[in-house]
Design a protein around this ligand. Sequence first.
Ligand SMILES: NC(=O)c1ccc[n+]([C@@H]2O[C@H](COP(=O)([O-])OP(=O)(O)OC[C@H]3O[C@@H](n4cnc5c(N)ncnc54)[C@H](OP(=O)(O)O)[C@@H]3O)[C@@H](O)[C@H]2O)c1
Length: 336
Amino acid sequence: MSIKPLLPGALGFGTAPLGNMFRAIPDEEAAATVEAAWDQGIRYFDTAPFYGAGLSEIRLGDVLAQHPRDEFVLSTKVGRVILDEIEDPAARDLGEKGGLFEHGRPNKMVNDYTADATLRSIEDSLKRLRTDRLDIVWVHDVAQDFYGDEWLAAYETARTGAFRVLQKLREEGVIKAWGLGVNRVEPLELTLDLDEPKPDAFLLAGRYTLLDHDRALQRLLPAAAAQDVDIVVGGPYSSGILAGGTHFEYQQAPAHIIDKVARIKALTQRHGVGIKSAALQFSLAHPATAAVIPGATRPSRIAEDLAALGEPIPAAFWTDLRAERLIAQDAPVPTA
Ligand SMILES: NC(=O)c1ccc[n+]([C@@H]2O[C@H](COP(=O)([O-])OP(=O)(O)OC[C@H]3O[C@@H](n4cnc5c(N)ncnc54)[C@H](OP(=O)(O)O)[C@@H]3O)[C@@H](O)[C@H]2O)c1
């Protein structure tokens, strides 16, 4: 089932950074960023228990609780349960993403994709988000970047646990849609091959961006489109480097990525185009993508994102990107 009718538009707001992803953000700044999104008409918000061990959900819920529940679409995730027990956030084993959310809450997080943990996680999220229902639930990070060679075992637990529970909740009308929220294409390709359970959509982060899209373009996106499984593009700025920041894949960007971004930037400057505009519009140009959900911690970013979405981009810019082999030859590009 396509989730396009469920989503209020092509631009949502991703709240991972509000869990103190890279830095400790004052509560007021986090609230002002969500309020800026609301005031400028954003009505789809994504969060997760993982984002600061509940901090992003709490901050988002504080603002959204002031607005009628029917007026916005909310997604969160399952796969990590937040306990009352305290741990050192800097010492967590996060695979390739070490150090992430070390400024978040110090609550212990337990990876758990079983049916029971899924239900518990949803109950806990509802409380932190101060709401009585979720619209979309993503099974979070069941992939190699977090579990290394053990990822298929985690996936199997999710397939027989979280996936089935979420499918049942969707059939009962408790939630409107479910899927996986990951930074890797492999678990999504695997899921599309299953007869049952069938997800409605995927949140794919960082793998269908202006900077990195080859693999998803080959098999995943055509297969998803053929099954009417929409893609929500997370991390459309590749975690910051495409927007003027310094992060790629949630770490300081390596030299070859900085060089590639510099080459893309040179073309944006030649054509008088904003790089954020190119990034958001590229991700949205594929027919399989339903929305982009850039993240931010500063209120001013929201207006930037909205302007980026609406900026006219000359066709010659995309032609030059192709000619310089900075995007795949067969990647769809926006038409004016
Ligand atoms: N596994 C999953 O399901 C998964 C994984 C990743 C992401 N996601 C979802 O996708 C959302 C978006 O991803 P993301 O937030 O990780 O990354 P992103 O949207 O690619 O990039 C966000 C970063 O870009 C920076 N930025 C924006 N405009 C800028 C500017 N003009 N100059 C410098 N920096 C700028 C922001 O910095 P400031 O903080 O300074 O504003 C923020 O740190 C997440 O919030 C989450 O909802 C899901």
